[in-house]
Write a protein that binds this ligand. Structure first.
Ligand SMILES: C[S@@+](CC[C@H](N)C(=O)[O-])C[C@H]1O[C@@H](n2cnc3c(N)ncnc32)[C@H](O)[C@@H]1O
Length: 190
């Protein structure tokens, strides 16, 4: 399906972004979203992923963070902050080691200089990975992170493998094949 068709489908279903279909496919394949889960959505604006989690599992407790503002979603706790400062958010820091699922759709601003962009993406991905390992439940936590196919992807996967028992790579159908987006999944923190 063309990217615009995914956007149209999301709109028709009442969701804020077409990114929901990418997350939905991974959640179905991994069964990572369970009832009553505590879910941390990093890079959440405009809010599609948070909306999807609440739609699939209304009993989940969703905490969302983004640099940008986000229009409210019922029963989603949103904080406008840089992920690097997440420990300063009292409501979230009280839940260290308690989250069942951490999802990250973070994307840094691109400079157009490939080496710089790849380094910035990698650095942000590592910050997010460290955040996930701090906040996930050690026995049952799962992590989904969007990243990009570039020269540092292999290194990121190696870092993921140091942190989780199981690591898998996903390229959902709704992700434009040309976009270079790719998703890593980690299960059961080490
Ligand atoms: C692709 S969008 C997320 C879309 C969202 N998953 C959805 O379904 O609506 C990526 C987001 O990452 C956010 N972002 C980038 N760097 C960030 C950082 N350091 N801390 C928090 N959010 C950040 C951007 O502001 C942007 O809103």
């Amino acid at each position: 399906m063309h990217a615009d068709s995914w956007a149209l489908k999301a709109k028709k279903l009442g969701f804020r972004s077409r990114a929901i279909f990418k997350l939905e496919e991974i959640l179905i394949k991994t069964k990572a979203l369970k009832k009553n889960s505590f879910v941390l959505d990093i890079g959440s604006a405009p809010g599609g992923w948070s909306e999807l989690v609440k739609a699939l599992n209304p009993s989940s407790h969703v905490y969302a963070i983004d640099l940008l503002p986000m229009d409210p979603i019922q029963d989603v706790m949103f904080f406008q902050k840089d992920v690097k400062e997440i420990d300063e958010i009292r409501e979230i820091s009280l839940l260290k080691s308690k989250f069942n699922l951490v999802i990250s759709d973070l994307a840094p601003n691109l400079t157009g200089i490939r080496a710089v962009d790849e380094e910035n993406i990698f650095e942000l991905n590592i910050t997010t990975l460290n955040t996930a390992t701090n906040y996930l439940d050690k026995s049952s936590g799962s992590f989904i992170i969007k990243t990009f196919q570039n020269s540092l992807l292999k290194e990121l996967r190696i870092e993921m493998e140091k942190c989780f028992h199981l690591v898998q790579t996903y390229k959902p159908a709704a992700s434009k094949s040309k976009s270079g987006e790719i998703y890593l999944y980690g299960e059961r923190p080490l």
